[in-house]
Design a protein around this ligand. Structure first.
Ligand SMILES: N[C@@H](CCC(=O)N[C@@H](CS)C(=O)NCC(=O)O)C(=O)O
Length: 218
């Protein structure tokens, strides 16, 4: 019979437990969804911080960029939501497969398409135009050009890729859907789905499935 863990072992486990730093409403929400869907809240501690805390010297000593998500594990401070999500899904996924190996290449493509192409060329410029945050780099984006890029290129690409599927990789929700859901939210709030009922339907399907998976018992 296994002996129950000693007090010291428990303490050490606590000290070395991986931590995710998260600002509610920021893109670290993607990683929180992964943790809740996989039901691994016991294995990874979610540390809620706020917009001011991530600019303090203490936090900057962990992540000099002053951003979330930040994932601290095995003496490593890991940044980049794409890398963190893939790492966690790969290491901890159980019977709920968020990273299906039969669609591995496609899954990677969609995670990176979302956080690089979609976010940098559409979502972030729209956020800047709407004054969501002040860009420290300068060069205000041109809203009309960003909108045209969405209408002419990005939205048709997503629609064509979705086809008749419920989710981006088929009929099961997977990792890329969690990224797309996060980066599409701000566009939806700014009426970008008006001409795109397929994307609206996709978004609500993802929202519903996330809620179902989070409420399932593990
Ligand atoms: N490419 C990074 C971007 C990280 C990032 O910019 N995070 C935002 C939230 S979505 C942040 O923490 N912003 C705070 C700030 O810039 O002050 C990733 O995907 O993790």
């Amino acid at each position: 019979m296994n002996k129950p863990p000693s007090k010291k072992a428990k303490l050490l486990e606590k000290l070395t437990k991986p931590r995710l730093y998260h600002v509610p409403g920021y893109c670290s929400e993607i990683i929180c969804n992964i943790i809740h869907i996989l039901g691994i809240e016991e294995k990874i501690e979610i540390v809620d911080v706020d917009a001011e805390t991530i600019k303090t010297p203490e936090y900057l000593s962990l992540n000099p960029h002053g951003t979330v998500p930040l994932f601290c594990h095995d003496d490593q401070n890991m940044v980049e939501s794409g890398a963190i999500g893939i790492y966690i899904a790969h290491k901890y996924q159980n019977n709920k497969k968020l990273l299906p190996m039969e669609h591995f290449a496609e899954a990677l493509q969609w995670v990176f398409y979302t956080i690089v192409t979609l976010y940098e060329s559409v979502t972030r410029p729209v956020m800047l135009c709407k004054g969501f945050f002040k860009d420290k780099i300068g060069c205000e984006p041109n809203f009309e050009l960003v909108k045209a890029r969405w209408e002419d290129l990005v939205a048709p690409f997503i629609e064509k890729s979705l086809g008749n599927s419920t989710f981006i990789l088929g009929n099961e929700l997977s990792l890329p859907d969690l990224y797309l859901y996060n980066k599409l939210a701000y566009l939806r709030a700014n009426d970008f789905f008006k001409n795109h009922p397929t994307i609206e339907k996709y978004y609500t399907n993802v929202e519903k499935r996330i809620a179902e998976l989070k409420s399932e018992k593990h």
